[in-house]
Structures are given as structure tokens and as C-alpha cells.
Design a protein around this ligand. Structure first.
Ligand SMILES: C[S@@+](CC[C@H](N)C(=O)[O-])C[C@H]1O[C@@H](n2cnc3c(N)ncnc32)[C@H](O)[C@@H]1O
Length: 287
């Protein structure tokens, strides 16, 4: 893996480098120490997902040791005031994976925030009090029915926000939400403008698709709004270089490009990288 698989330049002068191959080796060869501001990534979850170039079912110990090594690599290339957002979910039968992974990284990073990526949610009108924006009972987001009566449907995943110090300042209002009750804007000293912290539950639905093969040819992607929000939270003004060691269809790279940051990413699968390149070039060509 000496040359990039592709380099995509955008009109806003950011550069995205895509590398085909193993991320551990790629980080060692191509990413200088302390050069990355933000890492956003979603590793294989070890749940038997059907990737074409990777067997997603290792013995638990081997999986944790391998991911630990990759995260050591991330630590080496992350700036001392950088942010590492690690998205990971589980299955109803094996809910421990994200918790085991966080535990594996406990002595490597400080867990500065735990964010819940909420993929679907039900909001009964009766529970929202006087809010005028909600007209009736609502159930929004992606819902995939499961059989049996033991387990609840998986409607969230974790995003662990790791840093080296636990003290990295964030741009909380960069992803802030407007106050529902505007009278709070003047009332609270800290409420200087009509935005408050979003908190650590983020509702990010998948876009509805009609043709999986064509529109999302990958078994496990996140919506590009997820890396976008992570980068915004870290702070746009201090984010020059983003990395995703498990790039898939390039959602992190696309978000970085839209926000004017450069990005470097790795994946084992040339088909995923071809699609990532296609998406990035499509964006870069837009008038
Ligand atoms: C959960 S998916 C990431 C999806 C991505 N976030 C997206 O939105 O498209 C994990 C990816 O890791 C890749 N992968 C697995 N092992 C890898 C390795 N050792 N080095 C680089 N990529 C790897 C898989 O091919 C898969 O595309």
C-alpha cells in the first residue's frame, strides 16, 4: 500500500486520500504522529456482517486485541487536543460488544463523552406537554422488526468520544438546538443566544432508500450526518485533518469535504472505495 487508491480535491481546497488496504499498516506508513484533528470511525462490530474482504466473526478476545491495536495506531496519529469518535453497536443477543470495546480502550484514552446515536424513537403526544410542534403521537426513524419476545428492537448505537486528556474544549453550539421556549434566551446567564447544547442523545435517521444494491452497497454504514456532527462538535475552526481507518463508502470523508477539511481513509475493499470515490467526486464536481 504505497500509493493512494485515489486522491480527490475539492473546490474548497481540501484533499481526500483514499488507501486500499489494512488500516493499521496504512496509518503506520502514511500518517505522521500527532497530525490528525478528528477521527470518526465505525469498525466492524464482530457480529457476522457480510463484508466481502473481512470475516466479521472473530473470537471475542482476538477481536478486542485487534481493535485495541488499531486504536493504539489512532492514538499515535491523533493530536494531543484531538477527538476520536468511535461508533459501535451491538445485536440483541450480544449487547456487550460496545461495552467491552470501551473497556479495552480504558487505559489508552479518556472517555470524555458517551453519545447515543438514536436511530428511531417513539414520542407520544401525551408526554411532550404543551409543545406545539408535535401534533400527535410520533414514531420516527428506521425500524426493523425482529421476531421473538425476548429482546427489544435495536434503536440506538454508541458513539464513544475519546480524547487524550479528557479536557478537549468542544463547540457545543456548533451542533446546538434552538430553545423551544424563547423566554430562556434572556433568562439564563449562559443562554446568550437562541441555541442550547444538544445533549448526548442524537437522533440521526437513515435516509430512506429504494434500491439497497445501488444506493447503499454496504451492509453497515452510518449516515454522513453522524461524522458531520462529530466534526462540528470538535470545532470547525480547529479541524484541518480528519481520518477514518474503516472508511466503507466514505461517509466520514464526504462530511469532512463538505466542511472544508482534508481527510485520509482506509478500507480493505476496492468496491467500497470505488463507491466512496464516486460520492466524493460527485460532490467535488457540484457547481
Ligand atoms: C462498519 S464498516 C464502516 C462503514 C462506514 N462508516 C460507512 O459509513 O460507509 C467497517 C469497514 O471496515 C472495513 N475493514 C475491515 N477490516 C479492515 C482493516 N483491517 N483495514 C481497513 N478496513 C477494514 C470493512 O471493509 C468495512 O467497510
Amino acid at each position: 500500500m504505497n500509493k493512494p487508491y485515489a486522491i480527490v480535491k475539492s473546490p474548497n481546497h481540501s484533499t481526500t486520500q483514499l488507501f486500499l488496504g489494512d488500516s493499521l499498516e496504512g496509518m503506520r506508513k502514511h500518517v505522521p504522529p500527532r497530525s490528525i484533528d478528528v477521527v470518526v470511525t465505525s469498525p466492524p462490530y464482530n457480529i457476522g456482517a457480510r463484508y466481502s474482504k473481512y470475516r466479521d466473526k472473530l473470537p471475542r478476545e482476538a477481536y478486542l486485541a485487534w481493535l485495541g491495536q488499531v486504536c493504539e495506531g489512532v492514538k499515535r496519529v491523533l493530536k494531543d487536543d484531538g477527538s476520536f469518535f468511535l461508533n459501535i453497536g451491538s445485536t440483541p443477543k450480544d449487547p456487550w460488544t460496545p461495552l467491552d470495546v470501551a473497556q479495552q480502550l480504558r487505559n489508552m484514552f479518556i472517555l470524555q463523552n458517551i453519545i447515543l446515536w438514536v436511530k428511531s424513537i417513539a414520542i407520544p403526544k401525551a408526554d411532550v406537554g404543551k409543545s406545539q410542534n408535535i401534533m400527535g403521537d410520533m414514531a420516527v426513524g428506521h425500524y426493523q422488526p425482529i421476531g421473538g419476545n425476548r429482546f427489544l428492537n435495536e434503536s440506538h448505537e454508541f458513539i464513544f468520544h475519546f480524547t487524550k486528556t479528557g479536557k478537549v474544549p468542544l463547540d457545543r453550539l456548533g451542533i446546538g438546538v434552538p430553545y423551544q421556549d424563547k423566554s430562556n434566551v434572556g433568562r439564563w446567564k449562559k443562554a446568550g443566544c437562541d441555541l442550547r447544547c444538544r445533549g448526548n442523545s442524537w437522533f440521526i435517521p437513515y435516509q430512506t432508500i429504494w434500491n439497497r444494491e445501488k444506493q447503499r452497497p454496504h451492509p453497515t454504514t452510518f449516515p454522513d450526518r453522524l461524522p458531520e456532527m462529530c466534526i462540528r462538535l470538535h470545532g470547525l475552526s480547529k479541524t484541518r485533518m480528519v481520518m477514518d481507518p474503516f472508511l466503507g463508502l466514505g461517509s466520514t470523508a464526504l462530511a469532512a469535504m463538505r466542511l472544508g477539511a482534508s481527510c485520509i481513509g482506509f478500507d480493505l475493499d476496492p468496491h467500497y472505495l470505488a463507491e466512496a470515490r464516486h460520492r466524493l467526486e460527485g460532490y467535488a464536481r457540484k457547481p
